[in-house]
Write a protein of this length. Sequence first.
Length: 131
Amino acid sequence: MKIHSIRLSPGNDLKHSLDTFAADNKLDAAAIVTCVGSLTVASIRFAGKEQTDSVPGPLEITSLTGTFSTHGSHFHITVTDQNGKASGGHLKEGAIVRTTAEIVILEPEDVIFMRETDTQTGYKELKIVPK
């Protein structure tokens, strides 16, 4: 198992940066261990909705979880605004780093995280394949 630590700078797109990190490092499987930071705006698909909503900042990232690889990603994020109001759901492209995003990533080396359309859900769901 490997651990990666990265820091994203102001202006970086959070989801795009993670997907690019997977591609650049040829990650077959990865999971977010922790993330702290802030966003100028969050792009979130809320539960049961088809469209992406924009949550204006400034925002603190209070949670980021997910699995990803070169074969796709699935992230959930929770952010809080200046009044402590929390918003969360599926992280989409367009969530822009405000000051920093400090992220620790776990890379299991014995599996591949694939994404296949599940006939029951209609979404591309995680399929874990042994290496």
